[in-house]
Write a protein that binds this ligand. Structure first.
Ligand SMILES: [Zn+2]
Length: 218
């Protein structure tokens, strides 16, 4: 089903000669700078394609990806997550942050699995520490769930946990508190193409709708 490196290289050639050359003006404008309004945080999973599922163009999304769409809390990790987000909201003036989990997430599966299942992946085990609250929510809130239902509940909980982590970033917290930055929790369902969004009032995930408070800024 998936392609090898030869096809990827052929794709680069095809892009240059057929896509790029027919959209030269668009790319030449992009070479002058970027001002994406949306920072899109999602998993590295190959089945999640941010520009495809949002039908957006180059220059529209500032994208941060890693295993499990995890954001280590402020000061907890020297990885690039906080720096990437700080740059987006401070230097680029990004107004929205979407944290988008997805169904069948391997990282969240790993989080729910027995420690020995991660025996050959010590770095993954270390990384998943930043989703420990997700694990706890599963035992305290969703103890009755099993199988796919349990996994999907954990994927949703993880989005909420990572929003909490995101709010520990000074650059994010202050802007969010002033109402200058909106945070969106999403879950993309690979099997149906739907996106569920976290509703802060009902504390549930529902079908995606435009934010009410956005008004003319959309
Ligand atoms: Zn994933």
């Amino acid at each position: 089903m998936s392609v090898g490196i030869e096809s990827v290289i052929d794709g680069v050639r095809l892009f240059k000669h057929e896509v790029f050359d027919s959209r030269k003006e668009q790319f030449s404008a992009l070479a002058q700078g970027q001002s994406p309004q949306v920072l899109f945080v999602t998993c590295s999973d190959s089945r999640v394609v941010p520009h495809l599922i949002t039908q957006t163009q180059p220059g529209d999304l500032f994208v941060l990806r890693n295993a499990g769409n995890i954001l280590p809390p402020h000061g907890a990790n020297h990885g690039g997550e906080e720096a990437t987000i700080e740059y987006a909201v401070t230097a680029l003036g990004t107004r929205h942050i979407v944290i988008c989990g997805h169904s069948h997430c391997g990282a969240v599966k790993g989080l729910l699995s027995a420690p020995e299942d991660l025996a050959g992946m010590p770095s993954v085990a270390d990384w998943l520490v930043y989703a420990e609250a997700t694990k706890r929510a599963m035992t305290e809130t969703h103890a009755g769930l099993e199988g796919e239902a349990r996994l999907l509940a954990a994927i949703k909980e993880n989005v909420i946990v990572q929003i909490a982590n995101l709010l520990t970033y000074p650059a994010v917290f202050a802007r969010h508190a002033r109402g200058e930055l909106m945070i969106h929790g999403w879950v993309y369902l690979i099997e149906t193409g739907e996106v569920l969004a976290y509703d802060w009032k009902s504390r549930t995930f529902r079908g995606l709708a435009r934010p009410v408070a956005e008004g003319s800024s959309a």
